[in-house]
Design a protein around this ligand. Structure first.
Ligand code: AMP
Ligand code: MG
Length: 501
């Protein structure tokens, strides 16, 4: 019997000039072991899973050994972190193993997170805690279940070594996949640290692999900027429509292909507040829910700056081109967001009235601290079987206050519902579309934390596996999993999330 071959057999980043990557050396760990393999993801790619289950794979997927026939690299990038320029970041605890070839001939990056130190580690240990790995797995797979563009989680591995943070945690590695790991910060790195030729080489690489339709277009670099802007506008809208807060939208955490990347202190909101922040390091709310479009635009402006020398020979002309493209972000975001909000409310078509009502609805949710996901799920049920009384009772029970306050809340909801009905009679109500716009299940923080606690403190993955399984189909939920839909009890509330590096 021949051993299963390693299917990660190319390394496209080596096509880039010097300065974009460095070699990775092995980082031995005590007991490399596979904890979880995303067999469905491999099946979607059309990749055989046999190799991933071998001891050789466990060693390579934890960085314990390297594959000498296709050695890993650490990618260089720069970035603005919370608005502050950092000239060299790079994969400080990650290594790019290379690409898998999918059934349709496409290539997918496989990157390890937590696999040991690299040239870019600075003071860090290059390691990851099991908790941070499971958090990224759950949240990224939740996003995939919601059809939101995202990096994916392929495997979780134990290293057998402890990792010291606030306390001692079990060490782990996440093998994650992405269409690309090029970030806005990679372009900043090219522009600032290497100059226009490097920017061109990077842009050509990105176009050749991910924007093939732009190849040989005369204005391909302006079109690249335009495409990235469009993808980001849509992606941010789709985050916000499920109450997602990324938490660290630094330019180095923004993907050029428009996938959600680098899940750190991210969270889905329970009760809705537009200024909601979970990240323990985001003290000023820079990356709050409602800030996300403005921040994306700010980040995309940094991308445009890096691309300027490619846009036109004269810098004034280049600036004009960049400004034109950037000006498209806000209307594209707004269109995607309000289109989606209208769908959540059951309107078949977008209108000024549906946009305005969408905004009013968010205000109501915020004023009454209503659960974002449950509100829209219950409204979908009203639309389907028209039992508004039940809807009102359920909403009111989310956060019981004093009697007078309670009656005002009720009144507000009644009026809102009456208004909704008048708009319904005008616009055709599309219940099926509404169902598709309103997931019943999100990766609620307290459930994620319970899964992490079971794994880290009790040494078992049962809650993790149960949650991961349910998150695959967030629009319908098995009767046995109904408890996963519920918001946290007061004692279960998670107020802060951590980078968990
Ligand atoms: P993040 O905020 O998680 O996107 O990480 C920002 C930068 O810090 C990246 O360059 C990471 O590679 C680096 N980094 C984060 N954690 C560690 C760690 N434990 N060891 C080395 N580098 C790290
Ligand atoms: Mg990052």
């Amino acid at each position: 019997m021949t051993a299963a071959p390693n299917p990660i057999d190319s390394q496209i980043y080596r096509e880039l000039p010097d300065g974009f990557y460095t070699e990775v050396v092995p980082s031995p760990n005590r007991a490399p072991a596979l904890l979880e393999l995303n067999v469905r993801l491999l099946a979607d790619y059309g990749v055989d899973e046999s190799w991933f289950r071998t001891p050789a794979a466990a060693a390579i997927l934890t960085g314990h050994r390297i594959n000498v026939s296709n050695p890993p690299v650490a990618l260089a990038y720069a970035g603005h972190q919370f608005g502050h320029w950092v000239p060299l970041l790079g994969d400080g605890r990650a290594s790019m193993l290379g690409q898998l070839r999918t059934y349709d001939g496409g290539r997918i990056d496989v990157q390890l997170k937590g696999s040991g130190r690299t040239r870019y580690s600075r003071g860090g240990d290059g390691r990851a805690t099991l908790g941070s790995v499971l958090r990224e797995y759950l949240v990224s797979e939740a996003m995939a279940g919601l059809s939101i563009p995202t990096t994916r989680s392929l495997a979780v591995l134990a290293t057998g070594d402890p990792v010291t943070r606030d306390r001692i945690h079990p060490g782990a590695v996440l093998a994650r996949t992405a269409r690309s790991h090029v970030r806005v910060g990679t372009f900043q790195h090219a522009a600032v640290n290497h100059g226009p030729d490097a920017v061109r080489a990077l842009a050509d690489h990105v176009i050749a692999h991910h924007f093939e339709n732009l190849q040989s277009e005369p204005d391909q670099y302006a079109r690249l900027l335009e495409s990235v802007i469009t993808r980001q506008a849509r992606m941010i809208a789709s985050w916000m429509l499920v109450g997602f807060i990324h938490g660290v939208m630094n330019t180095d955490n923004m993907s050029i292909v428009g996938e959600t990347i680098d899940y750190g202190p991210c969270a889905f909101m329970d009760e809705f507040h537009p200024a909601k922040v979970f990240s323990s390091i985001d003290r000023r709310g820079r990356y709050a829910w409602q800030q996300q479009p403005a921040i994306a635009h700010w980040n995309l402006t940094r991308l445009a700056e890096a691309l300027l020398p490619l846009l036109a020979p004269a810098s004034e002309q280049a600036v004009t081109i960049a400004e034109q493209r950037l000006a498209a972000f806000a209307p594209q975001f707004d269109a995607a967001f309000h289109e989606g909000l209208g769908a959540k409310l059951g309107f078949a078509a977008r209108s000024d009235a549906s946009d305005a009502f969408g905004d009013t609805t968010l205000q109501l949710l915020s004023e009454q601290s209503l659960d974002f996901t449950l509100f829209f799920d219950r409204l979908t049920r009203v639309a389907a079987d028209d039992n508004p009384e039940q809807f009102l009772t359920q909403q009111a029970s989310v956060d019981a206050g004093d009697a007078a306050g309670e009656s005002r809340r009720r009144q507000g909801l009644h009026e809102w519902l009456a208004h909704w009905r008048t708009l319904r009679t005008g616009a055709a109500l599309d219940v099926e579309r509404m169902r598709r716009a309103n997931p019943v299940l999100i990766a609620r923080n307290h459930r994620v934390e319970q899964a992490i606690a079971a794994a880290e403190l009790e040494g078992h993955l049962r809650p993790f596996r149960r949650l991961a399984g349910a998150l695959r189909s967030p629009y319908e939920i098995a009767p046995a999993d109904q408890d996963l839909l519920l918001p946290p009890q007061p004692a279960e509330r998670v107020r802060e999330t951590f980078c968990g590096t």
